[in-house]
Design a protein around this ligand. Structure first.
Ligand code: NAP
Length: 396
């Protein structure tokens, strides 16, 4: 049996046939006829020179295949074939990313219970792997603001990166990598550390080519300390974007049930801002369950409270308030059992769980109890939602 190989393809539905990629390719692996622009698998050396020059992102398509598609086949396509299901781990880890380390990390983060992650049917098409360790893009720091109160031990920062004239198309729910300067003990460049983008697709500031991140300083964290200490104007090497399933539905009527802890709030902020900018207070309901130790360690506590309830129903849950019992997001899900049960029964509902790995088990248990109230087994409802691209997990 053939060993699966990663094949570079071009999306014929998006490509505008400008042939810039063909002119850029140093090994003549890209060619076209009157129908399509295609990549010859026998010549492509994965140098990635063609990726940043493509104005549409159509160049950034990858499939893991047992038998590569021939040039003739590709020239006849009007749309890309889906990724074939393949047995074993090889297919699971490599479909969406060129950088195997990052692919594995994200596949693991999106694992959750209930099978393979899937993007919502109406999600916009994500661009992935435009920049990698060998060819990062340089962004400039536009801002670095502390989100937690000055006297709190927890230092969580809102970092704004500006890509200036360079393309960096990113969707809500995607991540980017940051390469800390210097080398590791073996003299190799540090691998990029992943951070979820916390701004919407049209920029932290609308129509500016910038993104924001939510980063917590970890005592021994090589990259988190580097990022949290960045100054305005500093240059940062960035890879990505990454992630093709933890995305929000573009369907304006979709309802979002968002459950997060700590810095896992990053994608929830980007979802909320996207909806607010695109739909104002119209569109499907959004409900947020957000767990932190105390209000002064909860990122975006002030701004979140200003988002009106008709746009976002908020449940801020605190585990370490003196004199109050410890409460986790899963406890509050149970307190709000009736409202959650109603959302679970609505086929327009999408669930997002993001944050600490440990929260998954608690959320699963709470959902099991809640689903029982309307006579359904959570495991089968969850698997169905996952298969329909309506159940998304990102935990580390
Ligand atoms: P944290 O401050 O350590 O914890 C946040 C809250 O979660 C606390 O109230 C904590 O309670 C509670 N918690 C602890 N164990 C729990 C459990 N089993 N179930 C439910 N709640 C629980 O969180 P953090 O340091 O910000 O970590 C967030 C996680 O999100 C990290 O693992 C990070 O890697 C991940 N993440 C980050 C991003 C990003 O863009 N930055 C994106 C995705 C995921 P107690 O401590 O009082 O027990």
């Amino acid at each position: 049996m053939n060993k699966p190989v990663k094949q570079h393809l071009i999306d014929p539905e998006i490509c505008i046939r400008c042939y810039t990629c063909e002119m850029t390719c140093p090994v003549g692996a890209i060619l076209h006829d009157e129908n399509n622009v295609v990549v010859d698998v026998d010549k492509c050396e994965f140098c990635m020179d063609c990726i940043p020059v493509c104005p549409t992102g159509s160049i950034d398509e990858w499939r893991v295949v047992k038998t590569p598609y021939s040039v003739e086949e590709q020239l006849s396509w009007s749309e890309l074939p889906p990724q074939d299901e393949m047995d074993g781990e090889e297919a699971d880890t490599s479909v969406e990313a060129l950088d195997d380390e990052i692919a594995k990390l994200l596949a693991d983060a999106h694992q959750g219970a209930g099978g393979k992650p899937k993007a919502p049917a109406s999600a916009a098409k994500p661009t992935v792997n435009m920049y990698n360790l060998a060819r990062p893009v340089t962004a400039r720091v536009q801002g670095n603001y502390r989100l937690t109160s000055a006297d709190s031990d927890t230092d969580i920062r809102h970092i704004i990166l500006d890509f200036q004239g360079q393309p960096f198309p990113v969707l809500e729910g995607q991540s980017l990598g940051i390469i800390a300067p210097g080398t590791d003990a073996e003299g190799k460049a540090h691998l990029p550390r992943l951070y979820s983008v916390s701004s919407p697709r049209d920029g932290e500031r609308p129509n500016f080519n910038n993104v924001s991140l939510t980063v917590k300083r970890e005592a021994q964290g090589l990259c988190s300390n580097y990022v949290c200490d960045l100054k305005m104007g500093d240059e940062v090497r960035v890879t990505g974007p990454f992630g093709s399933t933890f995305l929000m539905p573009d369907d304006p009527d979709a309802r979002l049930l968002m459950i997060c802890t700590g810095t896992g709030s990053a994608p929830m902020r980007s979802f909320t801002m996207r909806r607010q900018r695109a739909r104002g207070s119209k569109g499907g309901e959004m409900v947020l369950f957000f767990g932190a130790r105390s209000p002064d360690t909860l990122p975006y506590f002030g701004p979140l409270n200003k988002v009106p309830d008709r746009v976002l129903r908020k449940h801020m849950v605190f585990s370490r308030i003196q004199g109050a019992p410890k409460e986790y997001v899963q406890d509050r899900l149970l307190t709000e059992e009736e409202a959650v049960a109603e959302m679970l029964q609505d086929p327009a509902t999408h669930i997002y769980v993001c944050g600490l790995r440990g929260m998954e088990e608690g959320v699963e248990k709470a959902m099991t109890t809640i689903a029982e109230t309307f006579g359904v087994q959570w495991a089968s409802l969850r698997d169905q939602m996952r298969g329909e691209g309506r159940y998304h997990v990102e935990t580390y």
